[in-house]
Design a protein around this ligand. Structure first.
Ligand code: NAD
Ligand code: GLY
Length: 358
């Protein structure tokens, strides 16, 4: 088992990565402080893994809540159903919410934990690659609004992240690729050696080679833990983790939540960011092709959806958490392997970049 630490003083917590961790008696239990827990999962993950988690816990009052599956349910109604369950079962402030699932379950359960009775304990058990390399770490929690992705939420750190790599065996290929998009992101924004490793080993990840997957999860989490420890609430470098996300969120919202997977939208968005960076003279066309190549090899989309015109993109992108005093900052490339956050681009360049992405 690999053990990493997210270093946040008295809110520090471990990320445990390994095989068959769900079945390990005592592993999850050690992070539960009260005598009750609510496990929140969804209808796809529950039949696969819920029993392992329930059976690993002893001498606790445990309830389970099985939510509908899908990005389109990461909303206020589903959040309310978690509050309903907590209240009707008289869960108190010392209870622990356990998120068992992908990023949707992790984000919504985390926000329920942040807000129920002004905050209860929270543990992440991510079961998708995307959640194991990104969403379960760092404490961003929240839901979507019909007008904008992840627009309602809170920073709220878990007590532990337990990533059982065996769960990735049941993941659909498309979901695996979606997770690889966020893995590639770390290479592109700050870890050129990791990008080079991915360029050599991408097929191993797609073939679910367990050693390669464990390495990619470990290296991704190390990158993320370092950034979060330095800038928990995104006043600086944490924004780099949003490479491709402003474009990507516009795609997810504009195409209807759930139609493009998060990683697919981010992949296409990272290429749009690369095209804008080329127009601004930061990187060369060879660099752009290198970025397209690794994304294409990961079986991710490399083109923006034609259904969203440049003006629609710009309208959707104006609702983004990187808008400050009316100015939208974007994460762009300084070079391949080094991203920057900047508002130093023109509207014309942005339109040209979008138009060259279809
Ligand atoms: P998801 O949660 O929708 O999971 C993808 C699909 O895989 C779902 O159908 C799910 O039921 C299924 N699934 C989960 N585990 C499985 C398993 N082991 N075997 C088989 N099927 C399984 O999507 P995701 O890609 O995990 O997460 C995307 C979400 O994460 C988005 O809402 C995105 O905004 C959010 N996100 C949050 C952060 C953050 O920092 N909080 C970072 C990145 C993404
Ligand atoms: N996924 C972006 C972040 O955690 O900051």
């Amino acid at each position: 088992m690999i053990s990493l630490n997210v270093d946040l003083d008295d809110r520090s917590y471990p990320i445990l990565i390994g095989k068959n961790l769900l079945e390990k008696e005592g592993l999850l239990q050690q992070y539960i402080t009260g005598n009750s827990a609510l496990i929140v999962t969804n209808e796809t993950v529950a039949p696969l893994y819920l029993d392992y988690v329930v059976n690993s816990l002893k001498n606790l009052r445990i309830k389970t809540l099985v939510l509908p599956d899908g990005e389109q349910y990461k909303n206020q109604d589903t959040l309310n159903s978690i509050y309903d369950c907590l209240l009707s079962n008289r869960f108190d402030r010392n209870t622990t919410l356990i998120a068992l699932g992908g990023g949707v379950i992790g984000d919504i359960t985390g926000f329920a934990a942040a807000s129920y009775q002004r905050g209860v304990h929270f543990i992440q058990i991510p079961t998708t690659l995307l959640a194991q390399v990104d969403s379960s770490v760092g404490g961003k929690t929240g839901i979507n609004h019909p007008m904008g992705k992840n627009m309602i939420g809170a920073f709220y750190q878990p007590k532990a992240v337990i990533a059982d790599t065996e769960t990735l065996k049941t993941l659909e290929d498309r979901e695996l690729s979606s997770g690889i998009a966020e893995v590639i992101k770390y290479g592109l924004i700050r870890d050129i050696e990791f990008l080079e490793w991915l360029e050599t080993n991408i097929d191993k990840l797609l073939n679910r080679n367990t050693v390669a997957l464990a390495y990619a999860i470990d290296r991704s989490c190390k990158n993320k833990a370092e950034i979060v420890a330095a800038d928990e609430k995104e006043s600086g470098q944490r924004a780099l983790l949003n490479l491709g996300h402003t474009f990507g969120h516009a795609i997810e919202t504009g195409m209807g939540y759930g139609n493009w997977l998060h990683g697919e939208a981010v992949a296409s968005g990272m290429i749009m960011a690369a095209r804008l960076s080329e127009i601004l003279g930061n990187i060369s066309s060879d660099d752009v092709n290198r970025i397209i190549d690794i994304i294409e090899r990961a079986q991710l989309p490399v083109r923006a959806p034609e259904k969203l015109s440049a003006s629609k993109f710009i309208e959707l992108m104006s609702i983004d958490k990187k808008v400050s005093d009316g100015i939208l900052k974007l994460v762009l490339f300084k070079s391949v392997g080094q991203a920057i956050v900047t508002s130093d681009y023109t509207q014309e360049a942005l339109i040209e970049a979008i138009n060259s992405s279809y």
